[in-house]
Design a binder for this molecule. Sequence first.
Ligand code: HEC
Length: 146
Amino acid sequence: MIKTIPLWIAGVLLLLQAIQVEIPKPSFVDIENEINPPKEIMAMLKISCYDCHSYQTKMPWYGHIAPFSWSVRNHINKGRNWLNFQEWDGYDEEKKQKIYKGIAETISYSMPMPMYLSFHDEAKLTQKERNRIKKWAQNNIKDENE
Ligand code: HEC
């Protein structure tokens, strides 16, 4: 009985692979809709945010293996729903303002997600880079009293 435990575990893990979270594929991506910030900002967004906030997701190997893939794929779906830099021009002004405010608030610590950063050294931002992004977002926030 004891000896078959590893087999049971392997069997369960194998079965889990049948359950995958789908990431919807758009039939058409309009490149005209992409956000167009200064070059240096764009470069940072592409490296640090695009995996979850665009259609250009580079799926990591663990994104194919349940149960990790469930969490990875949920993050991608949620991230894209909240903010997809490639859908930018389709957003109304209110949504854009909400996003700029969200970026200014989250860029110092919670975005990109810390968990993601522990697997993605290349996406890490220095404090200076975070400040650049923050400033850019803040400059785009319109004063409500104007
Ligand atoms: C590993 C995936 C991932 C990466 C990488 C990532 N995000 Fe996110 N982001 C998410 C998810 C998931 C949510 C939705 C969180 C929720 O539903 O609570 C989110 C939400 C947000 C929000 C809204 C947060 C709020 O509560 O106001 C902003 C703004 C944001 N991300 C900006 C960024 C920026 C800027 C980057 C790059 C510097 C980035 N994200 C990188 C997954 C990611």
